[in-house]
Design a protein around this ligand. Sequence first.
Ligand SMILES: Cc1ncc(COP(=O)(O)O)c(C=O)c1O
Ligand SMILES: [Zn+2]
Length: 412
Amino acid sequence: MKKVLGLQCIRCGKEYKLKEAGYNCLACGGNLDVAYDYNLIKKRLTWKTLDANPDRSIWRYIDILPVEDPDQIPPVHVGWTPLYKAEKLGAELGLSALYVKDDGRNPTCSLKDRASAVAVARALELEETVITAASTGNAAASLACLTGSLDMKTIIFVPRNAPAPKVAQMLVFGAHIVAVDGTYDDAFDLCIKASAEYGWYNRNTGYNPFTREGKKTCAFEICEQLEWETPDKVVVPVGDGNIISGLWKGFTDFRKLGIIDKLPQMVAVQAENSNAVKLAFESADGEIRPVGGKTIADSISVSLPRDGMAAVGALRESGGFAVTVTDAEILQAIPELARGVNVFAEPAAAASWAGLKKAVKDGLIKDGESVALVITGNGLKDIESAMKSVGKPHLIKPDMEELKKLAAELKF
Ligand SMILES: Cc1ncc(COP(=O)(O)O)c(C=O)c1O
Ligand SMILES: [Zn+2]
């Protein structure tokens, strides 16, 4: 692949040819990053070529993705999700330029579809027949969908308490599911061991270098949808740290290609008890250390973030910062988002709004700045949590008198 120079370790800098290292760095175990020949890609990918490209999916960016053959793209439409100008929601915080990127509008209702699409395309190019992933739920649901009609066996490892709608998605698309009696971190470790033992292709977040590549397309879309204006701040919920580092990669790719000239500051939002990236970012050595990891927001419930180093790098390089929010603040954010910008978010995704509120309150984001809030997953993914944040429906008999009584009471 001419456009891809190879893989580079984000910890020690060692470079590899694409086929030389599969996942982590063979020298130090660090995560790998895909390196591109930007000078070559610059000739093909410009404002003009993008403008003329009718493809409204992540594959409009194939020139800067690690996939060679357009025939190896899985047959599911991923990406080009809406970016709303959120005037009502913004006004609540005195922000006049708030944008909400609704990535719950992907095929399995989460941003993870972007990563799965690229990982599956890569697996197809490698002629893999079995693909596996450990997941809090969304990555697995999306992997199951992307491989649903393909001749590729999909084996999933999830913590036993993964929300039922996510498990339903995996089952419907025909994946084999191993529910692990443990945490996401336990499922992750078991999945790595299993793929080494059986030779399966592994899509794990923060282990497979191609997931970050898929996720960066969300940043490309934000730039295009804002007509090449970079937002000042991009607010992202963080668990493993792969989404935030993916978005950062996207912005830096576009700058290296001369498509944008300014970079945003990245803002990480973590749950109070699942805050390993924030702690590492604020520590002198920047090292990731495990934390308790427990939060109602299952998608960001992580003890040891698997792409934590890249996430800390994104925060440091962009001059950004991290905030934490409580479970109560996350739950409260769900109806606020829905009523402020018409988007139903799952708890992890709503955390970004809770985090933005905190950042504004602490004076870290001010009016005059443009802010993009990334909503990473749809609320139907976890209705049990959503129901905790709202009241119950009013139950009456099918009777006009009863309705009139209720209408008077509620001032319909
Ligand atoms: C909806 C949602 N939001 C946020 C995240 C966090 O992404 P990352 O683990 O890459 O930090 C995930 C990951 O599972 C997710 O599914
Ligand atoms: Zn290394």
